[in-house]
Design a binder for this molecule. Structure first.
Ligand SMILES: N[C@@H](CCC(=O)N[C@@H](CS)C(=O)NCC(=O)O)C(=O)O
Length: 261
């Protein structure tokens, strides 16, 4: 049986849940709450020493890195295929996975800390947060939690993240001039990864970012209606509250404000 240590509100976990659903694979979930810092408990750090989610365990063996996990799933369950057969098309699908990990995720993180996590982290007893975060193997990641709790909203950083969102949407739109899906003629791994981005943009209440990109906007509607993507979404009891209207407006104002010279 496949077991997945994941967080319902994590985009990397989302990507893996979409692929599991596309392939009709049964899995047993071990949900962690990142804001409670469940991922820093010793039992999880033994499984994934970097202290990030997700981790897949198959036949007693643990595997981290969401893009490696989804390609592993492709190999153990080749049908339906989510990677094209033709080598160049296959390489391009892998480039989308890399783009998601290296470009999309940092932007999602930079927007999610102020808009989704900060309201919760600001309410944590400061000493408790500090004690728990001390176990984080990555000092920069630990700092992001502490800064979100203590520092004023960094408008320039939020504006930069949302500018990056519009660039990502632009890139999706350009790619869709060639085919209906990022994966080509059929839904594929690239779509599964970017579905997590589309879902997060909605969660943040920033749907209007798609409005100048009609092909991407149509893809967003198709992808969010897809059964595997719906199955991957957090059940209401696990879904973090969306940003309050005032905060959402502030975020859009950060996007509109000119960046530093
Ligand atoms: N490259 C890793 C990154 C995983 C990652 O950053 N996961 C986030 C959630 S989307 C996480 O665990 N964050 C916890 C933290 O920053 O402390 C992968 O693709 O699995």
């Amino acid at each position: 049986v496949l077991e997945l240590w994941h967080e319902w509100n994590s985009v990397h976990s989302f990507k893996v849940r979409v692929v599991l659903a596309e392939k009709g694979l049964a899995w047993r979930g071990h949900p962690l709450e990142l804001l409670r810092l469940d991922h820093l408990r010793p039992e999880y750090l033994r499984l994934h020493p970097s202290g990030v989610v997700p981790t897949l365990v198959h036949e007693g063996r643990a595997l981290g890195e969401s893009s490696v996990i989804v390609q592993y799933l492709e190999e153990i369950r080749p049908r339906p295929a989510l990677l094209p057969q033709e080598p160049y098309a296959r390489a391009r699908a892998r480039l989308w996975l890399k783009y998601f990990d290296e470009v999309v995720h940092p932007a999602v993180r930079a927007a999610s800390f102020p808009l989704l996590y900060r309201p919760y982290l600001r309410q944590c007893p400061p000493q408790e947060l500090e004690d728990r975060i001390a176990a984080h193997p990555d000092a920069a990641r630990a700092r992001a939690f502490l800064d979100a709790a203590r520092q004023p909203l960094d408008r320039a950083a939020l504006g930069a993240a949302l500018t990056r969102f519009t660039e990502i949407i632009g890139r999706i739109d350009t790619a869709l001039a060639e085919a209906e899906w990022l994966g080509g003629e059929r839904f594929g791994m690239a779509d599964a990864a970017l579905a997590a981005f589309a879902e997060r943009v909605d969660h943040l209440g920033l749907q209007l970012l798609w409005r100048d990109a009609p092909r991407a906007e149509a893809w967003r509607a198709r992808i969010l209606a897809r059964p595997s993507v719906r199955a991957a979404a957090a059940p209401p009891q696990h879904r973090l509250p969306a940003p309050a209207e005032e905060l959402r407006r502030e975020a859009l104002a950060c996007l509109a404000a000119p960046g530093p010279a």
